[in-house]
Design a protein around this ligand. Structure first.
Ligand code: 13P
Length: 257
């Protein structure tokens, strides 16, 4: 059985102080309840280190929200994967729709970032998802296929063993409109099948696919109970410890049944 994985993408939110206190609240509750669920938080770059300090000895993992594929050099404003590893990250989110939409990331540039992460052994949360226009035009699977084929071009199953895919329909991000459990399940099943057909069947079976887009404690159980939904990538609700912990509890309850 795939162990569920709940990750918080804090995006461009929190301050030095609030990042540390949020991480402290999450870490202590997770340590106390010891849920059968993997948990990670992904703070903004300046707060990775202070949050890491709070997470020492905790089961909560640390992740970056992006990285550049080059090792080092004259790339003003960029952050390398080695830097993320250096401050204690185990995960990096790559290909988030906000990176694609506002910062010009393409399937090809995301592919280079995944390659660099794979080389360094950092776990990747690879985000894909369609915009509303694509869904309404019946192009969801075509878009997912293009993003999968582009982002994962050239990799073997062994290289992708640590990868997690996050299916995040763009129309559900930050809108309060969640994909229905059926819509999520259908996209997740499509993704798993694509991996089985184009990369490797056993990788597909083991692959964890998170759902992201307006996940809240109130809807988490319904979405997370779908057979192909293996966790959540949470934005807004990961900024409030009680909400994030509510989602973790929902995932943990399902792990028990
Ligand atoms: P929301 O949970 O705020 O909709 O954001 C989802 C997301 O983009 C996580 O990466």
């Amino acid at each position: 059985m795939r162990r569920k994985f709940v990750a918080g993408n804090w995006k461009m939110n929190t301050s030095f102080q609030s990042a540390q206190s949020l991480a402290r609240e999450v870490a202590s509750a997770v340590a106390a309840s010891n849920p059968a669920v993997d948990v990670a938080v992904c703070p903004p770059f300046p707060f990775l280190w202070p949050v890491q300090q709070v997470l020492v000895g905790s089961p909560v993992a640390l992740g970056g929200q992006n990285a550049y594929h080059e090792k080092s050099g004259a790339f003003t404003g960029e952050t390398s994967l080695d830097m993320l590893i250096d401050v204690g990250c185990q995960w990096v989110i790559l290909g988030h729709s906000e990176r694609r939409q506002f910062f010009g990331e393409t399937d090809a540039s995301i592919n280079r970032k995944i390659a660099a992460s794979v080389e360094r052994g950092l776990g990747v949360i690879f985000c894909i998802g369609e915009v509303l226009e694509d869904r309404q035009a019946g192009r969801t699977e075509t878009v997912l296929e293009t993003q999968l084929a582009g982002g994962l071009a050239g990799f073997t199953a062994t290289q992708l063993q640590k990868m997690v895919i996050a299916y995040e329909p763009v129309w559900a991000i930050g809108t309060g409109v969640t994909a229905s459990p059926e819509q999520a399940e259908s996209a997740h099943a499509f993704i798993r099948n694509w991996i089985a057909m184009h990369i490797d069947a056993s990788l597909a079976t083991a692959l964890r696919i998170q759902y992201g887009g307006s996940v809240k404690p109130e809807n988490a159980k319904e979405i997370l109970s779908q057979p192909n939904v293996d966790g959540a990538l949470v934005g807004g609700a990961s900024l409030k410890s009680d909400q994030f912990l509510g989602i973790i509890s929902a995932a943990a309850e399902l792990a028990r049944v």
